[in-house]
Design a protein around this ligand. Structure first.
Ligand code: OFO
Length: 169
C-alpha cells in the first residue's frame, strides 16, 4: 500500500506523462505540416514512449492497491517557430519533467516509502536519456540546420528512429 501523498504525486505524474505525449504529438503534427516527416516520426515515437511512461505509473499504482485518479489534460501548444524552437521547447519540457521526478524521489524518501523510491529510480535514469537525446538533436540542428540540404539529411536520420516499448525493469 502507498500513502495518500505518494498516491497523489504518482497520479499527477501520470497526467504529466500523458500531457508530454500530447505535446509531442502537437509538435509532430507541426513538423509533418512543414514537410519534415522524419522529425515528425521522431516526435510520434516520443509520444508513444510517454504513454508507456504513464502506463508504467498506472500499473504501479494498481499493483500497490491504490486508486488511479486520471486528471484532465490541458491542450498543448499548437504553433511553433521552426524546428529549433520546437526542440528547445522539448528540452525545457523535459527539464520540467526531471524536476517533477526529483520531487517524487524526495517525497518518497520523506515518507519512508522505499519501495516507491526504488521504483522511481527507473524514471531518474530515463530522464538523463530524455534530456540527452533532445540536447543532441539541438546540437545537430545548431551545427547543420541552417543549410537545407543538411536539414534534409537530419530529417532522414531522425526518421530512422524505431519504437520499442519502454519496459520497467
Ligand atoms: Fe516521460 O519522459 Fe519525457 O516527458
Amino acid at each position: 500500500m502507498i500513502n495518500d501523498k505518494v498516491k497523489e504525486i504518482l497520479n499527477e505524474q501520470i497526467n504529466k506523462e500523458f500531457y508530454s505525449a500530447y505535446l509531442y504529438l502537437s509538435m509532430g503534427a507541426y513538423l509533418s505540416d512543414v514537410g519534415l516527416y522524419g522529425f515528425s516520426k521522431w516526435m510520434e515515437i516520443q509520444a508513444r514512449e510517454e504513454i508507456d511512461h504513464g502506463m508504467i505509473l498506472f500499473n504501479y499504482i494498481l499493483k500497490r492497491k491504490a486508486k488511479v485518479e486520471l486528471k484532465s489534460l490541458g491542450g498543448p501548444e499548437l504553433s511553433f517557430n521552426g524546428v529549433e524552437d520546437i526542440f528547445n521547447k522539448a528540452y525545457e519540457h523535459e527539464r520540467s519533467i526531471t524536476s517533477a521526478i526529483d520531487c517524487i524521489a524526495g517525497l518518497t524518501e520523506n515518507e519512508c516509502d522505499l519501495a516507491t523510491r526504488n521504483f522511481i529510480d527507473w524514471y531518474l535514469k530515463e530522464q538523463i536519456e530524455e534530456e540527452d537525446n533532445v540536447l543532441r538533436i539541438i546540437s545537430k540542428i545548431k551545427a547543420f540546420g541552417s543549410d537545407k540540404a543538411s536539414l534534409y539529411l537530419l530529417d532522414k536520420e531522425l526518421g530512422n528512429r524505431e519504437y520499442s516499448q519502454s519496459d520497467y525493469e
